[in-house]
Write a protein of this length. Structure first.
Length: 283
DNA sequence: ATGTGTTCCTGTCCGC
DNA sequence: TGCGGACAGGAACACA
């Protein structure tokens, strides 16, 4: 579901409810999400305090005072929904669907945070905090796209010699960590780069445009609270509105929004997934 | 090593 | 209204 801007929006929505809070009760409704939940998951979480809530790529990281970090990936349809619990009165978070609510976390602040994931591509794990970087989830991840080490020079090195098309290459989290299907199409359109170009064929000026486009589109999306497709909403229940700013994604047959361009947005399939682009202004 | 296709699971939408 | 098929924001995996 969510790409970097949506995960960051969720992090910001959960932060006031979780950071500094202690988990007083954890309810686990099934043994597995995408993968089996770790041994004694409930036991290892109950009573733990959350020191910080961070994000790395599309992962949420809740650093606990037990020496472990709760790692959560939302997959395609994972959502956190915030409600409250009071003695004698449970309030289900707005929009909750009990059928797919797999986990519930209650805090000493009266918060009730439900994890809901219909498609169950999401997963959670508990990893020793001092070994996070070496864990397979994180070991091979590329740079954060909004960080200084994602730049034209680094991207040039990462793409050197690659014959794979640039669209599919940018979805590879080892190249840059956090882009997904929507924002790759959006960034390539802004950079005026054709999605079928071989990744290694991009010229220095194009790499520079691409890096700037990626950063700009992600920053704008975060500012807008992410994109609301189907049922994504921020943890606080607010709907993101960046979807209204899509220039190409899900806009097949619409006129290209590039000023002066007379092109029409087309949809193609690359690596089994939809790509949207303008065949006129993306070269 | 690199690139391609399949798979996990459920829900929704579209055409007949 | 029902039914089949396509498709959906991710990413690991098997295979050529």
């Amino acid at each position: 579901m969510p790409e970097l801007p949506e995960v960051e929006t969720v992090r910001r929505g959960l932060q006031p409810h979780l950071e500094g809070a202690r988990l007083t009760r954890v309810i686990q409704n099934r043994p597995d999400l995408r993968f089996p939940l770790p041994e004694d998951f409930v036991h290892r979480l109950t009573g733990a305090a959350i020191k910080r809530l961070d994000r790395r790529a599309k992962y949420l990281l809740a650093e606990l005072d037990t020496g472990e970090t709760l790692v959560a990936h939302l997959g395609m349809t994972g959502r956190f929904l915030v409600g409250e619990h009071k003695p004698g009165a449970f309030h289900l978070p707005a929009g909750d669907d009990p059928k797919h609510t797999h986990l519930v976390f209650e805090t000493d602040r009266g918060g009730r945070i439900a994890f809901n994931d219909a498609r169950r591509f999401g997963y959670m794990d508990l990893i020793p905090t001092d070994r996070l970087g070496a864990h397979p989830y994180f070991k091979g991840l590329g740079p954060e796209p909004l960080g200084a080490d994602f730049n034209a020079a680094a991207l040039k090195t990462a793409l050197a010699g690659k014959k794979q098309n640039i669209k599919v290459t940018l979805l590879d989290q080892r190249i840059v960590a956090g882009l997904g299907n929507i924002y790759v199409s959006e960034a390539l359109h802004r950079a005026h780069i054709h999605p079928e170009r071989a990744a290694g064929s991009l010229k220095p000026a194009e790499l520079k445009r691409l890096v700037e486009a990626v950063k700009r589109v992600l920053e704008e999306a975060i500012t807008a609270g992410g994109s609301t497709l189907r049922d994504f909403r921020a943890a606080d229940g607010e709907l993101g509105y960046f979807q209204h700013s899509f220039r190409v994604y899900d806009r097949e047959d619409a006129p290209c929004p590039t000023p002066g361009c007379r092109g029409v947005i087309r949809r193609i399939v690359q690596g089994g997934r939809s790509t949207f682009f303008c065949p006129v202004c993306q070269k």
